[in-house]
Design a binder for this molecule. Structure first.
Ligand SMILES: [Zn+2]
Ligand SMILES: [Zn+2]
Length: 356
């Protein structure tokens, strides 16, 4: 090995290293703000409202009577999965009707459809969620899992929709201009994919979309339940009512709001706007229109499933670029790029060392 070839190996090594850091690392760091923030929180911390009473039902056997099944049936009834037999109350027995409801629930939440109350199913039930009922499909459980609509597929017929914040039903610990900015960003994500424009107006009473924070029973038959549990709800087109549970610890920045039960306002806003537009819940876990959202999670990017649903109702915004969506949907691609880069670099080094 002459001095020149040693030099070549060293310079090629340095070149490879600089290429690695110069090319691969930005590919890994660039989409970071697009990635969903994931912080693991124990089920018991997530939800004091539903958590304790359902936890003991894990892996219960069919036919068993356990305190808590009646409450679970009420929960599943609340979201559209089971009806009481007329003239009777729900019992604490794990019966066939409950199995059928659990299967529908699992199908709607993208879980393995077993009819059993495994820990994943109970954990999903314990997670805070949107108050809008789910739409269990009557058909076979293995139909294509994707975006859903409200019955009759209602949609807005106008292409410009105004929105306004209730002057009285607000929360005082958030800066109103920060709240406005969070909603502006949430509306703009949907406006980017469909030919609909959203405009904020100070005229609350005449606005198409009326946004407010409410506590408990607030007159629309869908009372809020306090901290966690149900977080918000919105009505299908062309109703426009958009309500958030004032009892939540709403956060505009999870970096500064340290509460374990903090709920990201922009994430919930983006989800509820989907309902305002006519989308129902999807079984696609990563999608904005998935029904549940854990505390301290920021999830604001529309997925292919969300976009397909919205565009089915409204058509595509002529300026929408589908490739921008693909980039955000495949955040793992950058990790893959780094891995392939490392393997190629290793092979290159091996060849060079062998050659010299
Ligand atoms: Zn919802
Ligand atoms: Zn309401």
């Amino acid at each position: 090995m002459g001095p020149l070839s040693s030099f070549s190996v060293v310079s090629l090594f340095l070149l490879s290293v600089s290429l690695f850091f110069g090319v691969c690392l930005p590919a890994r760091t660039a989409p970071a703000e697009k990635q969903t923030q994931t912080i693991t929180i124990g089920v018991e911390e997530i939800n004091a409202r539903w958590g304790d009473q359902f936890q003991r039902l894990i892996d219960a056997e069919l036919g068993k009577e356990v305190t808590g099944f009646a409450e679970l049936k009420k929960y599943l009834n609340r979201f559209g999965y089971i009806r009481p037999i007329p003239g009777t109350n729900f019992t604490d027995v794990f019966d066939d009707r409950l199995v059928s409801a659990v299967r529908k629930y699992q199908s709607n939440f993208g879980l393995p459809v077993t009819g059993r109350l495994d820990s994943h199913t109970i954990s999903s039930i314990n997670t805070p969620r949107c108050g809008v009922s789910d739409t269990p499909s009557a058909g076979p459980l293995h139909t294509t899992r994707r975006y859903q609509f409200f019955q009759g597929q209602p949609r807005w017929t106008r292409s410009t929709l105004t929105y306004s914040f209730s002057p009285t039903n607000s929360i005082d610990y958030l800066d109103p201009s920060d709240v406005q900015n969070a909603f502006r960003r949430a509306f703009s994500r949907w406006a980017a994919v469909i030919p609909v424009t959203f405009m904020e107006t100070p005229y609350y009473l005449s606005a198409d979309i009326k946004i407010g924070f409410y506590r408990g029973d607030h007159g629309d038959g869908e009372p809020f339940d306090g901290v966690l549990g149900v977080l918000a709800h919105a009505f299908s087109p062309e109703n426009g009512r958009f309500h958030l549970d004032a009892a939540e610890t709403w956060a505009l920045d999870l970096g500064t709001e340290k509460s374990k039960s903090a709920i990201d306002l922009e994430s919930v806003a983006t989800h509820e706007i989907g309902h305002v537009l006519g989308l129902a819940h999807t079984p696609v876990k990563e999608a904005i229109m998935y029904a549940s959202l854990s505390p301290r999670i920021k999830k604001v990017d529309l997925t292919v499933d969300d976009v397909n649903g919205a565009q089915f109702l409204y058509g595509s915004n002529p300026n929408f670029n589908r490739s921008s969506l693909a980039a955000s949907d495949t955040s793992n691609a950058s990790v893959y790029t780094v891995a392939v880069g490392r393997i190629l670099l290793g092979l290159l080094m091996l060849i060079l060392v062998r050659a010299t």
